[in-house]
Design a protein around this ligand. Structure first.
Ligand code: TPP
Length: 336
């Protein structure tokens, strides 16, 4: 660590943890992108690259006992909430050691022991699940929160208004986190959306916070406010994190679109630049504040890449999923 640090040791350790978590998501997903493009992964992947500060900032203030619901773009949320990288990779490769025994795949990574109620291939599918989880917390009188992470495309699903309404009427300890990356699959969200998303929450009387979703500390501060409110009985908050998806909707996008493009390379490049990319930005901040040196960050990067390599080996060395399991783990009690 630099001798000229502006931050105390506790803060430094916390910031480094945030940085490492974002880096882990980035390096894990870069590897997944390569493997998918080489045809080595069974099934498609939707990468979270560019949005890491949002998921990491959100989950940084949560306990294992707090819940999150996620989306089809769920690897980042899973890792941010403390999900195991090896078990996630094994899941994506369809192996028995996968977090869902290899029966779920990329869009269904879940770990209830960490409060991760699952990624979800149904756009908006996590919204009512989060409302239900929050209702459960309220009925049990527990000091926990449920956090719903969803996209701007999902925000146009009707279930959002129903769930916002219920969360306001019954003062549920639920935090709505709209990760607004401006894109809904291959559509510019603005072209299919009237008004502001935050106004939908205000319409039912919920407090709203709009935050720079590529600034991990800003997201964390917004979440702290919302979690404090929810855990002290003050009910729900709606947070909008403004961010951008750098990769395509899914890794096979180019082949899928056959030459059609819904955005320009210039636009993507703006968001990859050091003043926008959440990881490059935070690295610059760490160095500027004397919390780390460039060499230390490079070393950390090498360690993280090593962890990713190890997780790939673990997945490849694991036994294929057992199709028979479908009868045991899809529906409760089906075999009995
Ligand atoms: C109910 C449902 N309708 C449509 C789709 C197809 N689909 C997959 S992702 C997507 C857009 C999602 O946009 P957003 O919620 O903004 O998430 P992002 O991909 O930007 O992360 C659509 C329409 C789906 N999976 N589920």
């Amino acid at each position: 660590m630099s001798q000229l640090s502006n931050v105390d040791e506790a803060k430094r350790a916390e910031w480094m943890e945030l940085y490492e978590r974002m880096l882990l998501i980035r390096r894990a997903e870069e590897r997944l992108g390569k493997e998918a493009q080489a045809g080595n992964l069974p099934g498609g992947v939707h990468l979270y690259i560019g949005q890491e500060a949002s998921g990491v900032g959100v989950c940084s203030v949560l306990e294992d006992t707090d819940f999150i619901t996620s989306t089809h773009r769920g690897h980042g949320h899973f890792l941010a909430k403390g999900g195991d990288l090896k078990a996630m990779f094994a899941e994506l490769w369809g192996k028995r050691t996968g977090i869902c025994k290899g029966m779920g795949g990329s869009m269904h990574v879940a770990d209830v022991s960490k409060g991760i109620l699952g990624a979800n291939g149904i756009v908006g599918g996590g919204i009512a699940i989060a409302a239900g989880a929050a209702m459960g917390i309220k009925v049990a009188g527990e000091k926990k929160v449920a956090v719903c992470l969803f996209g701007d495309g999902a925000a146009n699903q009707g279930v959002l208004m129903e769930s916002l309404n219920m969360s306001a009427v019954w003062s549920f300890p639920v935090i709505w986190v709209l990760e607004n990356n401006g894109l809904s699959e291959f559509t510019i969200t603005r072209k299919v959306t009237a008004g502001e998303f935050t106004d939908r929450a205000r319409a039912v009387g919920l407090p709203t916070i709009t935050v720079d979703g590529n600034d991990v500390l800003a997201v964390q501060a917004a979440m702290k406010e919302a979690v404090d409110r929810a855990k002290s009985g003050g009910g729900s908050t709606f947070i909008e994190t403004l961010t951008y998806r750098i990769r395509g909707h899914l890794e096979a996008e180019d082949a899928f679109l056959g030459g059609y493009s819904y955005r320009t390379q210039d636009e993507i490049d703006v968001w990859k630049a050091p003043d926008k990319d959440p990881i490059l930005r935070f690295a610059a901040r760490l160095i500027q504040e004397g919390a780390a040196t460039a060499e230390e960050l490079e070393e950390l990067d090498a360690q993280v890449i090593g962890q990713v390599d190890e997780a790939v080996r673990y997945a490849l060395d694991s036994e294929d999923a057992d199709p028979e399991l479908v009868f045991d783990i899809t529906f409760s009690g089906q075999r009995a």
